[in-house]
Write a protein that binds this ligand. Structure first.
Ligand code: NAD
Length: 331
């Protein structure tokens, strides 16, 4: 932080499961001064206030008024109204994902944000997963991407279909990786434990030719969060859960290389080729803290949000398309 710049007064609205983590990290980030918290569940607010020595606000508008920025960590259905009030009052806002319930609401927030000149960042935390960082070292032009996100059933998050709760993380990553318009979406899914879709699969074809196959489930034996990227002469496999990125790369036989474990030679169209294996060393950091730091730097104008309102709206739009397609298919 530039020492001449004053700290950002921030408030947290919604201090449930994830909100508590926001409180913890905001207290440790130098750019922020956590000035207070608000939750409609007063008992919860009191307990978090006591645990982290943070002032409680009994009135949400007073907290918004006193803040320069807000971290909004309430259930999705409440995001639009609260975020709208914050942006209207010219407060920067970090909104937990998904940005809103509808694309229309997301668009309204984005437009108001432009008018009021505030930063809108959305909590698609997986973009800050350290296992994705090594991708910056490779020229990506994916032909096929396979993504799997499976989790045991947990009542938290079931207020929305699995596509909006879990798959949306991968859709955001996918749109970022492919950076092309979508040509066609196919989707199937089923309900198992809730009235909404619990297991979903989508095949997405992009205009640049990339094909993605994305599966999400909240009825699984254990957690799985994996991405596989295939392109000409490159295969990357990423385990977001355990933090492991492995790369298989084809190089000309003459090319020098280091750290290779794999040693496979083959001929491709008359050329001698060699497959090498790389396991980039991953940085170790907390993804939630990193995204909140990105928020503070964006407010100072030293950076831009890794996931802004538009990126979050695009992920939401694709998620809603997939969910609707599945539901229509089932009727
Ligand atoms: P939670 O139910 O544990 O906490 C939500 C809190 O918001 C509760 O304490 C509740 O009392 C409070 N609340 C509800 N309505 C409110 C209102 N109108 N004003 C103030 N407080 C209100 O839920 P959670 O698991 O912490 O999820 C919160 C948000 O975070 C959701 O949008 C969810 O999708 C998102 N989330 C994101 C991730 C991620 O990976 N980025 C993970 C989990 C949850």
């Amino acid at each position: 932080m530039n020492k001449n710049i004053k700290k950002i007064n921030i408030g947290v609205i919604g201090v449930g499961h994830l909100g508590e983590h926001h409180v913890k990290h905001l207290k440790s980030i130098n750019n922020f001064k956590l000035i207070g918290i608000y939750d409609i569940d007063e008992k919860r607010a009191i307990s978090i206030g006591k645990k982290y020595h943070v002032p409680l606000y009994k009135n949400i508008d007073e907290l918004i008024e006193a803040s320069d920025a807000i971290s909004l960590v309430t259930p999705t259905e409440t995001h639009f109204d609260i975020a709208y009030s914050c942006i209207k009052a010219k407060k920067h806002i970090f909104i937990e994902k998904p940005i809103a319930k509808s694309v229309n609401d997301a668009e309204k927030l984005i437009q108001l944000g432009i008018k009021r000149k505030v930063i809108i960042q959305v909590g698609h935390i997986e973009r800050f997963n350290p296992a994705l960082i090594p991708l910056n070292n490779y020229k990506l032009k994916p032909k096929y991407i396979e993504i799997q996100r499976l989790a045991p059933y947990n009542i938290r998050g079931t207020d929305v279909p699995v596509v909006l709760d879990k798959m949306i993380h991968d859709l955001d990553i996918l749109l970022f990786l492919v950076n092309s318009d979508i040509e066609k979406v196919y989707a199937n899914g089923i309900s198992i434990l809730t009235d909404s879709i619990d297991i979903a699969n989508s095949r997405i074809r992009f205009k640049n030719g990339t094909i993605a196959n994305v599966t999400s489930s909240r009825v699984a034996q254990g957690d799985v969060r994996k991405i596989k990227i295939f392109q000409q002469d490159l295969y990357v496999t990423i385990d977001l859960l355990i933090g492991l990125t492995e790369v298989y790369r084809v190089i000309d036989k003459k090319e020098k290389y280091i750290n290779s474990i794999q040693d496979v030679d083959f001929d491709y169209r008359g050329k001698k080729k060699h497959i090498i294996y790389e396991k980039p060393e991953l940085l170790s950091f907390d993804a939630l803290k990193a995204e909140l730091e990105n928020f503070s730097e964006s407010i100072y104008g030293d950076s831009t949000p890794m996931v802004d309102g538009v990126a979050a709206k695009n992920a939401l739009e694709l998620a809603i398309t997939i969910d609707q397609m599945i539901r229509e298919d089932l009727h």
